[in-house]
Design a protein around this ligand. Structure first.
Ligand code: UT7
Length: 343
C-alpha cells in the first residue's frame, strides 16, 4: 500500500489588521415624520425608545452592490491598495435581493478585481464581525494576503412600512474594511455564537417558497404579500441588554486588555437604549468614546459597525491606531465580538 504524500501547507501563522475602512451613506435622509405617515407613532416616541432621529434610504435604483462599491473604493483608497491586490471578498448582507448568485462576485467585477475568492455571509447584524474574524483567520493562515470585508444593507427593500414594530428602526448603507498582513496583532480573538432556537425573534415573515402556492393560484388577481423582516422587539431587546455585555467582556479578556485600554466602543447600532445599557454593564471609563451613529443612520444591520467606526475616525472622535471593542448581534440569533486596532 502506497503512503500519501504530505500536503504543502504554510508553517507559520501571520498577524493581521484592518488596513483601511470606508463607508457609504445614501443621500436621502428620512425623518421620523415621514415614517409616521404609515404607522401610528410619533417623532417623540421613536426618539425616546430607539434614539433614532433620521435614517438614510437608498434610491430605488441604487443596489446593495452600488453601495458596497462606494464603501469598498474608500476603504481601498485609505488602505493605499489597488483593487487588484485583493484576493478574497466577504460580503455580509441579508438584503441582497438574489438568493443566488451572491453579491460578492458582482462586486469584484465592479471593482475590477479579477478572479478573487468571493462569497456572501448571512449573519444579519453580526455579519461584519463574523467576516472580520474569518478574514483575520484567512490572512493569518496564509489563505489570502488581502481580504475585502463589506457589511451592506438595503433594508428599506425588506421593511414593511406599515409595521409599527420595525418600520422606524431600519436604514440603508455600506461599510467596508481591507484586512491584510501586519507585523503585530491587529484583530483580537473573536467571541461568537448562535441561539438557533430563537430563530423567530427576527425573521423574514414568509419563506420565499411560501409565495409559490399563491403565485400558482389560477385566476389570482390580488398582490402577493411581501416577505418583509419582522421582529419581536422586546425579546431581542432583553437578550441584547442582558447577554451582550458579558460577550463584550469576554472579547476584551481574550484580547488581554481592559476597558481602560479602549480608544472606542463600537456596538451594533440596534437601539440607543441597548448601547446605554451595555456601556453601564461594562462600566466603561468616561474617556472611552461610544458609537452613537444610530441617531442619524438608524439600524443598518451588517453595515452598522463599520459605518459607525468610520464616522468616529473621520470626525476625530476615535484615535487612528487605537483599540476598539466591536460587537454585532441580531437575527439567528447570532453574535460576534472582538477587539481590533483601528486603521
Ligand atoms: O438589529 C437587530 C437587533 N435588533 C434590535 O436589537 C432591536 C431590539 N428592540 C428594540 O430596539 C425595541 O424593542 C423597539 C425599539 C423595537 C421597541 O421598543 P420597546 O421599548 O421594546 O417597545 P415595546 O414593544 O415594549 O412597546 C411599548 C409600548 C407599547 O404600548 P403599551 O402596551 O405600553 O401601551 C406598544 O404598543 O409602545 C407601543 N409601541 C409604539 N408606540 C408608538 C410599539 N411600537 C410603537 C411605535 N410607536 N412604533
Amino acid at each position: 500500500m502506497s503512503t500519501s504524500p504530505t500536503l504543502a501547507a504554510p508553517t507559520t501563522l501571520r498577524h493581521a489588521r484592518i488596513l483601511g475602512l470606508g463607508g457609504y451613506r445614501p443621500e436621502r435622509v428620512v425623518t421620523n415624520e415621514e415614517i409616521c405617515r404609515y404607522i401610528d407613532s410619533s417623532d417623540e416616541w421613536i426618539q425616546q425608545r430607539s434614539g433614532i432621529v433620521t435614517r438614510r434610504f437608498a434610491r430605488e435604483d441604487e443596489s446593495v452592490i452600488d453601495m458596497a462599491e462606494a464603501a469598498s473604493r474608500q476603504a481601498l483608497d485609505r488602505a493605499g491598495l489597488e483593487a487588484g491586490q485583493i484576493d478574497a471578498i466577504l460580503v455580509a448582507t441579508v438584503s441582497h435581493p438574489y438568493q443566488t448568485p451572491a453579491a460578492a462576485p458582482s462586486l469584484a467585477v465592479r471593482l475590477g478585481i479579477t478572479d478573487p475568492a468571493a462569497i456572501d455571509i448571512s449573519a444579519a447584524c453580526a455579519g461584519y464581525c463574523y467576516a472580520i474574524s474569518l478574514a483575520n483567520d484567512m490572512v493569518r493562515a496564509g489563505t489570502a494576503d488581502h481580504v475585502l470585508v463589506v457589511g451592506v444593507e438595503k433594508l428599506s427593500d425588506f421593511t414593511d412600512k406599515h409595521d409599527r414594530g420595525s418600520a422606524f428602526i431600519f436604514g440603508d448603507g455600506a461599510g467596508a474594511a481591507v484586512v491584510g498582513v501586519s507585523d503585530t496583532p491587529g484583530i483580537g480573538p473573536t467571541v461568537w455564537g448562535s441561539l438557533g432556537d430563537k430563530y423567530d425573534a427576527i425573521t423574514q415573515r414568509e419563506a420565499w417558497t411560501d409565495l409559490r402556492p399563491a403565485m400558482e393560484e389560477p385566476g389570482r388577481t390580488e398582490a402577493i404579500s411581501w416577505p418583509s423582516f419582522v421582529m419581536q422587539g422586546q425579546t431581542v431587546f432583553r437578550w441584547a441588554v442582558f447577554s451582550m455585555a458579558p460577550v463584550a467582556k469576554r472579547a476584551m479578556e481574550a484580547a488581554g486588555i481592559t476597558s481602560a485600554d479602549l480608544g472606542a466602543f463600537v456596538p451594533h447600532q440596534a437601539n440607543m437604549r441597548i448601547t446605554d445599557a451595555m456601556v453601564k454593564a461594562l462600566d466603561l471609563p468616561e474617556h472611552v468614546p461610544v458609537a452613537r451613529d444610530i441617531a442619524e443612520t438608524g439600524n443598518t444591520s451588517a453595515a452598522s459597525v463599520p459605518l459607525a467606526m468610520s464616522r468616529m475616525l473621520d470626525e476625530g472622535e476615535a484615535p487612528h491606531g487605537g483599540l476598539a471593542l466591536q460587537i454585532g448581534f441580531g437575527a439567528g440569533l447570532v453574535y460576534a465580538a472582538q477587539v481590533v486596532v483601528m486603521p
